[in-house]
Design a protein around this ligand. Sequence first.
Ligand SMILES: [Zn+2]
Ligand SMILES: [Zn+2]
Length: 258
Amino acid sequence: MSECRICFGTTGDEEEDEENVNNSRELIAPCLCNGTSRYVHRACLERWRETSHRAFTHCFECNFKYIVEYAFPLETYIFTQPAVLTRDFGRYLFGLLLFLLESFFFRYLDKLLGYPTLFYMEEWGYNTSQQLEILENDEIYSSSYYFSITVLFTSVISFLCFIYGVLVNVKRKKIYWEHMISKLLFYFICSIHFIWLHVIFGNTVYSFELFILTDSSCGIFNVFMFYKFLEEHNKIIIFINTQKNPSRLLEPPPDVVV
Ligand SMILES: [Zn+2]
Ligand SMILES: [Zn+2]
């Protein structure tokens, strides 16, 4: 008579409880173990699998990787840790270099085109001649200003790439966006502080300088904000895979070899 290798009980000989309803006292042979270790209660094994990451995927005795059937396809669109945290300084420095080049590029382009980034302020009726003087003559404010523009541009592009990536790679979009849309809006609005700080500070020369200082200081935190945002995304993907995707252990077909 077959018995469970964890609790040594057999099938159906236990007191009737809730678990019986979903067949958890069913004896299964989920791996290649043989003899007295061959069978295990589905419920006993599920409890055991919770105890470690290795136990969750593999049998400790025969090392067989459990065959798991999921109700929905697993989500795989997960971001790895950023370069600065994984001590991948090569990648980190490369990112920094790209950022600096981008900043020089915007500065050069803005000057070349006659400062189009100030045009919209004129449109709103502000006198931009003093702002222009600051950008042309003050190295610190000028660098900070183009740092801010680079941060804004990079942030918007990053979010657009992110949304594109989600649209292409996330399989269950409805449940994903239900949990993610408010986070996306929150982080996106925080990231485009250039726009709303401009509205608050941008209308006098004194405020223009204050705006530059405030916005470039905020800009330093954008990259951390985006990493935080990607972490939120990862959490939701893991939540969907573990909490919103019922799984069931299958028994290996008889012809499986070790
Ligand atoms: Zn058992
Ligand atoms: Zn086994």
